[in-house]
Design a protein around this ligand. Structure first.
Ligand code: SF4
Length: 336
């Protein structure tokens, strides 16, 4: 069943400072905090147009540090959200916030308003990376907040980034594993896109920070996607939403309009190479047919047949790919 978020973006309100990577106005395309009336109208309009199951729909407050905005404003928005949930038969309210902004009393308040899901911007589980990117919280804050959220029966979502200042392949993979160990219901992965006007952009210009390139980021992100898949944790969002605002303001980082597909192709290339190596087929010139899940063939082939060309070079002869219905996603078998 397809999940729907009726999203309201609350840019920058409640942020105690400015994280190195963040420019919420560009990311969300929203420059001002919406009034309660605007939110009410947005929910009303969305309910009229909704095509999916209302029970799979959530009123969502995203974009800033929702639980750190002025309490009166937060409660006025939650009240509108609660009313919309009751009126339109939606599943509940989803919010996103910082790991250091969900104390016990806030969680109790969120419960009263019918919040069902809480997403935390963990971003990294490496304290050094968190510190130099000026997040203002630690990895332990993420662990504690996640446990508290679970204890109160909310659905837990965790967000991580890849390629922040000071990040390496090892810190990115460690972050994914630590996040997996917290058993979130959902994960969002944001490979870093350096946006004009952010601190990362300034550090890039000053030569302090060298952003991860697309070529460097794709294999790491592929490993992370595969890891969450194996853990049974859905990655509900991968990469920034491609928009004109974002594209006009990118100055570096891991960005491609079809990033997820690129990373998934890389997983297939890695797994196909492992098969070739396990069977000692390098340079054997033996015709090989790769078997993958039938819905995944185009990802296996890669953009502009990139994977096929690389595999053919490795084998020393042309190769083919065929669909096999029962194969699990990312799994590769050989037929020769
Ligand atoms: S990442 Fe979140 S906490 Fe940091 S400045 Fe942006 S909205 Fe605020």
């Amino acid at each position: 069943m397809r999940h729907n978020n009726i999203s309201v973006f609350i840019p920058h309100l409640g942020c105690p400072h400015q994280c190195s990577f963040c420019d919420q106005n560009t990311i969300t395309g929203v420059a001002h905090a919406p009034t309660a009336e605007e939110v009410e109208q947005l929910f009303f309009d969305a309910a009229q147009k909704l095509k999916g199951d209302p029970q799979e729909t959530e009123a969502a407050f995203f974009g800033g540090s929702f639980t750190a905005i002025p309490k009166e404003y937060m409660c006025s928005l939650l009240e509108i959200g609660k009313r919309a949930v009751n009126q339109y038969g939606w599943k509940g309210i989803r919010i996103s916030t910082r790991p250091d902004a969900v104390p016990e009393e806030t969680l109790l308040l969120l419960k009263e308003y019918g919040v069902t899901s809480i997403e935390l911007g963990a971003q990294s589980m490496d304290d050094r990376v968190l510190e130099i990117n000026e997040r203002g919280h630690t990895a332990e804050d993420v662990r504690k907040a996640s446990r508290r959220i679970r204890k109160h029966g909310f659905e837990l979502g965790l967000q991580m980034m890849v390629g922040l200042y000071g990040e390496t392949r090892d810190t990115a993979l460690m972050t994914a594993k630590e996040i997996g160990a917290l058993c979130p219901d959902t994960v969002r992965v944001y490979p870093v896109v350096v946006l004009r006007g952010t601190k990362l952009d300034r550090w890039r210009r000053e030569g302090i920070y060298t952003p991860m390139t697309l070529e460097e980021g794709v294999p790491i992100c592929g490993e992370i996607l595969e890891y969450f898949f194996e853990q049974g944790i859905p990655v509900i969002k991968f990469g920034l939403h491609a928009s004109k605002e974002v594209e006009e303001n990118i100055t570096g980082g891991i960005y491609h309009p079809a990033l997820r597909e690129l990373c998934e192709s890389e997983i297939y290339l890695k797994n196909a190479r492992q098969k070739i190596s396990a069977e000692k087929l390098e340079g054997s010139a033996k015709p090989v047919t790769f078997l993958v899940n039938e819905k995944e063939i185009s990802k296996f082939i890669g953009q502009k047949r990139k994977n096929m060309k690389r595999l053919e070079a490795l084998l020393g002869c042309p190769c083919k790919v065929r669909g096999k219905k029962e194969l699990q996603v990312y799994r590769v078998e050989l037929e020769y």
